[in-house]
Design a protein around this ligand. Sequence first.
Ligand code: PGA
Ligand code: ZN
Length: 414
Amino acid sequence: MRYMESSYAIREIHAEEILDSRGNPTLSVTVATKNSRATFGVPAGASTGKHEAKELRDGDKRRFRGLGVTRAVRNVNTVIRRKLIGKDVGNQAEIDALLCKLDGTPDKRRLGANALIGVSIACAKAAAAASGTKPYKLLAKNSGTKPHTPLLYLNLINAGKHASSYLAFQEYMIVPLTDSVERALVMADAIRAELKREVIKRYGPFSGNYGDEGGFVIHGKKVAEPLEILTRIITKLKLRGKVMLAIDAAADSFYANGKYAVDGKKLTAGQLLALYESLIRKYPMISIEDPFYEDDFSSFAKLLKRNPKIKVIGDDLTVTNPKRFARALKEKSISGIIIKPNQIGTLSESLEVMRMANRNRISCVVSHRSGETNDDFIADLAYAFGTFGLKAGAPNRGERLAKYNRLWEISEKS
Ligand code: PGA
Ligand code: ZN
């Protein structure tokens, strides 16, 4: 009998270097079977947690400031390609286990987490294409989850490591309380238009410019100012109760030697906790992400215990890592967790964290990175699991809109 090539067998894997939204090199990985082909563009963080899986970068200062990824590209096109050709593209667990084994290090530094996640998600997308379905449908089928539209976490003011400003907190987000993407985007548009007028009036014309994730970069001096402005706009537009506020403090980026540098002062963890509580009292906050530095599980727990109504979300704390997440659960540090597949390096491990979250009633917020590509897979991932949130920056830059437009399409237009 003649050998028949299965339509799920991986026929080709190919990586190349492209540039991300900050102009830094990253990988584009394509996986093909007999009659399907899919590509994934790998994102990259700026305020990366120290416990994240490690990207492999060339380090050759003469080329892209040392940020080239030609070694990671080569790893995909040689060792990884050789190992995966012929494997079943639909068997994500087997593919990801092989990738981890091939790398052999706990943090994926040998082949590069950027190389691994590129292959892992390109396979997931190719598997969907091979079975003539959409990624979210295949993800939901394989995980037994029910697709549902997440809340949008729209980042309207950028600071911290994503902008050049005086503000310590990295992200100021609005969260429209609706499961209609269209309604959320309409509210976001009204708030953004009003916000632009307000920040230019208050701080001058340069505050109408954008940071890494498309939010305004304002000339304010105090971390409370953006919350105050956004609250006033929400009230003025009669959206109180319909739109909440969220921050990602990314506290690691202003922490040094036991103190937090905020508003020109050096605060202890206790003083920072008091500051968060004053913000929670004054403004309609739904969640705070990374309120303390990335190993302070107990301060997270204290904030959550004293303020059970708001979500305390781990990002740099948990880095989409089942072990870090298990510790956060044990110490009752969080009620929400950021899911960024490139933090851990394979899709299967990210799905494991999402399943753990579901079992433990912890809310997932699937997230982009500050350095993004035009890929839209995370919208499918969030929708497939019906996660609490999807965080993809401001609704006004191509690489951010790719995610929101995809979510809009799959949840309301198909
Ligand atoms: P990063 O920021 O992608 O630069 O790490 C995003 C975040 O901290 O949530
Ligand atoms: Zn974060």
